[in-house]
Ligand binder design. Structure first.
Ligand SMILES: [Zn+2]
Length: 232
């Protein structure tokens, strides 16, 4: 009887040791897994290339937008075009190419209206008219708007389901019309996640944009649409 009790006690101790060892090993493996996943995340963050979004307002332009689209296609680069509705008739092929090449098409009102100076109803009409023209060509409406002159009204957020997009680098390309100056402005300021404002309505802007692409690509930058930039 005594011998049996002793065996039972020894068996209980053996079980307790096994449970403790199991707990110790599990804790250690959890800690190792946590460290490993942290290291993977840190490595991924380090390896991601810097990204920028080139944005072009005021087009489409029959000649300059065509040249720009061809140049971007050759380079495999995606950009964002905020189009003016009244420039679309006669340039439908350019809108089609933007869509085919994976560019993002945004809204820049119908006739480059200053949103801050008009009623919400008038602004909605302007934006819807352009969206409708784009939809007739691409099959879907635009979800993003670049308000002309950067003037947006808070009240518009409730009136129209579009995301207003501003910029972080203003090249003032429309003002200088100087290729070197436009390039210098970008190269001096650029960093990861910048949104660069340009206009596909001038030969100098197109020439500068393609050179900016070549230079920034050589520095390891990746070009994405505004939507991709916001989502990553
Ligand atoms: Zn504009």
């Amino acid at each position: 009887m005594k011998k049996k009790t002793c065996r039972q006690i020894l068996y209980c101790i053996f079980l307790a040791v096994l449970i403790l060892m199991g707990l110790f090993l599990k804790k250690k493996s959890d800690r190792t897994q946590a460290v490993n996943s942290q290291s993977v995340l840190a490595m991924q963050a380090e390896e991601l290339p810097p990204r920028v979004a080139l944005t072009f307002d005021d087009g489409p332009h029959r000649i300059y937008t065509r040249n720009l689209l061809d140049g971007l296609r050759e380079r495999g680069v995606k950009a964002t075009f905020f189009v003016v509705g009244e420039n679309i008739p006669g340039n439908e092929e350019l809108i089609r190419q933007m869509e085919e090449d994976g560019h993002l098409i945004g809204n820049h009102t119908y006739d480059h209206a200053d949103i801050s100076k008009m009623s919400d109803e008038e602004n909605c009409r302007e934006l819807r008219k352009t969206s409708e023209l784009v939809k007739q060509i691409t099959g879907h409406q635009t979800a993003y708007v670049r308000p002309p002159f950067g003037n947006w009204k808070e009240s518009m957020d409730c009136r129209i389901s579009m995301i207003a997009v501003k910029w972080t680098i203003d090249t003032l390309d429309w003002k200088s019309k100087n290729v070197e100056e436009i390039i210098r402005k970008v190269m001096q300021q650029v960093s990861d996640h910048d949104i660069i404002l340009m206009h596909d309505y001038y030969a100098t802007s197109v020439e500068a944009a393609l050179q900016i692409v070549d230079r920034l690509k050589a520095e390891g930058y990746e070009f994405v649409t505004v939507e991709d930039l916001i989502l990553t």
